[in-house]
Design a protein around this ligand. Structure first.
Ligand code: HEC
Length: 399
């Protein structure tokens, strides 16, 4: 908020540059955004080469490491920088020298107990859960991975230590295993708090959580190049074969083939291939040997496999990416570049003071964070390095 609204009007223009986010932001603000490209006539140049007004404004920004440190300290530690820190930047000399001092302070913040506490808060927000011993285990695990600069992939593939505890006063983590009857864990995907918190009919709320937390969009998750007219209210837009999920005509008791009002399969083609993987956890997050979730049909009967998928159809993360169990799902998600981009986008929005990427449609255009995402993936997906990349980017330190 502070960064965005009070200190740096250019923050919003960064996102106005392109995409839906920009259109929405402009529309919501009622801004007089009469097209972002102007010609040489009303811009500085005398020639006829079109000049992008926003590019020009972005280029006019100047480094201000003092201002950047204020925001970095608030985000990373919850405190303002100290007076000696502020002075050290002011007295450092030229911009290059200030950059060195600034980056050393930012690195220092990442080593503090306060940062560990900020990370627990960050992941509670991202996961929409926490603040009881069980509900904190997933956000605390993500915070531990971040503080220890471990890889994002562990969030989906770690087999031990997935339910750590956190000592807020000391800012330290103590590894502990989750105790919910799972033989082979898969990071937070088998976490008891996640399963309990997002328990619902047909396990769809758990599947929604996985999508929104780690792929950063609401459903539908998959969109075909060419939508198919099914003679219904809308076109069928998912790449999955229509008959690859259950409906009343192929063994199911819920009609996911319905197209009369909305095309259920646009979302449920992906969702139904995922939900059976989460179906055996009960409302306390314990894994059982049988399906624990119900259908919304009369009498709330237990769901059967054939309610999601026709016989013989396998579970999957995406079309062409099968996932036979939760460890396989974890491996598929760890390898998905969209999941990597989503994580960087979440750090980006937090650094630049935006709201939740899904709830507030604070979409970060891929090109805005392309450099950070590329570095993140090249470096093995280490989480603290991703944060450092955001806090040292030009968009963060120029005003
Ligand atoms: C835009 C995507 C989308 C479409 C279209 C859609 N759903 Fe869903 N559906 C979801 C999501 C997401 C959830 C999980 C909601 C939650 O619990 O947070 C869900 C939940 C459900 C549930 C469980 C709800 C409960 O009782 O708790 C059923 C059953 C269901 N959908 C059936 C259908 C059917 C049938 C259609 C078509 C008529 C349909 N859905 C269309 C996304 C969609």
């Amino acid at each position: 908020m502070i960064r965005n609204v009070l200190e740096n009007p250019m923050r919003t223009t960064t996102q106005k540059l392109s995409g839906l986010a920009g259109v929405l932001a402009a529309a919501l603000a009622g801004a007089a955004c009469t097209g972002s490209t102007t010609t040489g006539d009303d811009a500085v140049g005398d020639d006829d080469v079109p000049v992008d007004e926003w590019d020009q404004k972005l280029a006019e920004r100047e480094y201000d490491y003092g201002a950047a440190l204020r925001i970095a300290a608030l985000r990373l530690t919850g405190q303002l920088p100290t007076l000696p820190e502020i002075k050290a930047i002011a007295d450092a000399g030229d911009v290059a020298a200030q950059k060195v001092v600034y980056e050393s302070f930012v690195r220092g913040y990442l080593d503090t107990p306060a940062f560990a506490n900020q990370m627990v808060r960050f992941w509670r927000d991202a996961f929409k859960m926490g603040e009881s011993a069980m509900l904190d285990t997933a956000p605390v695990f993500a915070a531990q991975l971040t503080v220890e600069n471990r890889a994002l992939s562990e969030l989906f593939t770690a087999t031990t230590g997935n339910c750590p505890t956190f000592d807020a006063a000391a800012g330290t983590f103590t590894a502990a295993d989750c105790d919910n009857g799972v033989t082979t864990h898969a990071g937070v995907l088998t976490n008891p708090g996640v399963q309990a918190h997002f328990f619902s009919n047909m396990a769809f709320r758990r599947v929604r959580w996985v999508q929104e937390a780690f792929a950063c969009t609401a459903y539908p998750a998959e969109v075909a190049e060419v939508p198919v007219d099914m003679g219904g209210a809308q076109a069928y837009s998912s790449p999955w074969p229509f008959e690859s999920i259950a409906g009343r005509n192929n063994g199911g008791t819920v009609d996911f083939h319905d197209t009369s009002a909305v095309v259920c399969a646009n979302c449920h083609s992906t969702m139904n291939h995922l939900a059976p993987l989460f179906a055996n956890f009960d409302d306390q997050g314990q894994l059982q040997t049988t399906i624990q979730v119900k259908t919304p049909n009369d009498g709330a009967p237990d769901a059967k496999l054939t309610d999601w998928l026709p016989a013989g159809e396998a579970t999957a993360w995406r079309l062409g990416v099968p996932a036979a169990d939760l460890p396989a799902l974890g491996a598929a998600m760890a390898a998905d570049p969209k999941v990597a981009e989503c994580t960087v986008a979440r750090f980006w929005n937090w650094g630049l003071g935006k709201g939740d990427i899904v709830d507030t449609l604070s979409i970060v255009p891929s090109e805005v964070i392309a450099a950070q995402v590329a570095a993140f993936q090249a470096g093995g997906g280490t989480l603290q390095d991703a944060i450092l990349a955001v806090y040292t980017s030009d968009d963060f330190v120029k005003f």
